[in-house]
Design a binder for this molecule. Structure first.
Ligand code: DI6
Ligand code: FE
Length: 410
């Protein structure tokens, strides 16, 4: 028999819109969980008698309950850091120049290859725990700092192990097309052919949930991106794209042709790119951490994306080079202050639209009867309070499968 638990003394923001309220707020609410799903959710006064008798009652002391957050774009598996490059950039070197000089992604590749699988696992778990302390319970993790068959396999295996160890859902993304490894210098087409072969093997090992490419002057060309996408398509794998982060490569239109789950970054996306995304139902993932940390000045075209009806998701883009943040709440604040998104858009960006960017149902970003018994209790009274404050996590409890999660202690 699964445990029947009544959670009371709380207010819920379901994010399922009701009448004039986009937040779906339920005041003086009760949540009834049965094992790992929500059996009932609503106002206390409407609690049906059949649910009133519980095996366990939890008093949430007036907390605000929301759906857990979803981080739909991270590069969590790597060793080392790039604090030195941060200093170089402050002295005037550009991100692209550092990359062309052999630093950037390739310096993290060297550190990652030198680490053992257990070291990478410990580092990635520590980062995932930090995200969970701000309410994350679903996480996308990209490979892309291995860049050989065995090192990419190792990164993807580490990503899977993080999910199992922490009891959260991890979606893995194969990003071998992130940078050209040294051993393929001057032979980028051969590298693309090789990584497409590896894709087949790693797919057979069930290590890949989606395929991504860094389509950029310092990454891979549009034609190379097409080759990678064709291989993914032949294997039935969904694609996503690092598109128009530093320049317009026509990546968004290409990804839309392949029915991509998402196009990410998008500072330099064209009107045609946006139109193609709208037609194909591609999610825009905007990444204020990378925008801020690279001191970018070209804003992603939020107003045009909005007007075209493209769903907008947000993520941390956690990585050592362009976005070393582990704070989804800070990203929500920055999405509002820097990108002029609204607080409800920021929340939908880390819940409903982030689910879509991972190929999960939108309902994964809402709290409703029948949903998984996963939610976050915050010491706050309204979700907009969490967007407004920054540099602070008022998390009270992360509840997964109907149980308060224990693994968050430092
Ligand atoms: N775009 C990014 O912002 C990250 N990867 C990518 O394709 C940066 C990765 C890094 O600098 O290590
Ligand atoms: Fe990224």
């Amino acid at each position: 028999m699964s445990e029947h638990c009544v959670w009371q003394n709380l207010r819920v923001a379901t994010l399922a819109p009701r009448e004039n309220d986009a937040w779906g707020i339920v005041e003086d609410a009760v949540i009834v969980t049965k094992g790992d799903h929500i059996a009932w959710l609503g106002e206390r006064s409407a609690l049906p008698l059949e649910f009133a008798h519980a095996d366990r009652t939890v008093d949430l002391k007036g907390a605000l309950v929301t759906p857990p957050l979803i981080d739909c774009h991270t590069h969590l598996v790597y060793a080392g850091n790039r604090a030195h490059e941060f200093e170089l950039r402050l002295e005037g070197a550009s991100y692209e120049a550092i990359s062309r000089a052999g630093g950037g992604i390739r310096s993290t590749v060297a550190a990652t290859r030198a680490a053992s699988e257990d070291e990478l696992f410990a580092l990635a778990c520590e980062r995932a725990r930090a995200l969970m302390r701000e309410g994350i319970a679903t996480l996308e993790i990209k490979s892309g700092y291995g860049l050989s068959l065995s090192h990419e396999r190792q990164s993807l295996r580490v990503a899977r192990r993080v999910g199992e160890a922490l009891g959260i859902e991890v979606k893995t993304t194969y990003l071998a097309a992130h940078a050209l490894p040294e051993e393929f210098a001057g032979r980028s087409d051969e590298y693309v052919a090789a990584l497409c072969e590896w894709m087949r093997e790693l797919h057979d090992e069930n290590l890949i949930d989606a395929v991504d490419v860094f389509c950029e002057r310092i990454g891979f060309s549009r034609e190379q991106t097409r080759t990678v996408f064709e291989h993914a398509k032949a294997l039935g794998l969904p694609v996503k794209l690092h598109a128009e982060q530093l320049s317009d490569q026509g990546g968004a239109a290409l990804a839309s042709e392949f029915g991509a789950l998402s196009c990410d970054h998008l500072e330099y996306v064209s009107d045609d790119g946006i139109a193609a995304m709208a037609r194909a139902g591609v999610v825009a993932v905007v990444l204020p951490g990378a925008y801020y940390f690279l001191r970018e000045t070209q804003l992603p075209p939020i107003e045009k994306l909005r007007a075209s009806g493209v769903p907008i998701a947000l993520a941390t883009d956690h990585n050592p080079g362009s976005s070393p943040t582990l704070s989804p709440l800070l990203m929500m604040n920055m999405a509002c202050t820097l990108f002029r998104m609204t607080p409800i858009e920021a929340w939908l960006g880390f819940t409903v639209n982030a689910a879509l960017a991972l190929g999960l149902p939108a309902a994964r970003g809402r709290l409703e009867a029948g949903a998984k018994a996963d939610f976050v209790a915050w010491n706050a009274s309204h979700p907009r309070d969490l967007v407004y404050r920054f540099g602070h996590s008022p998390l009270h409890q992360l509840v997964l499968k109907g149980q308060a999660h224990e693994a968050l202690d430092v």
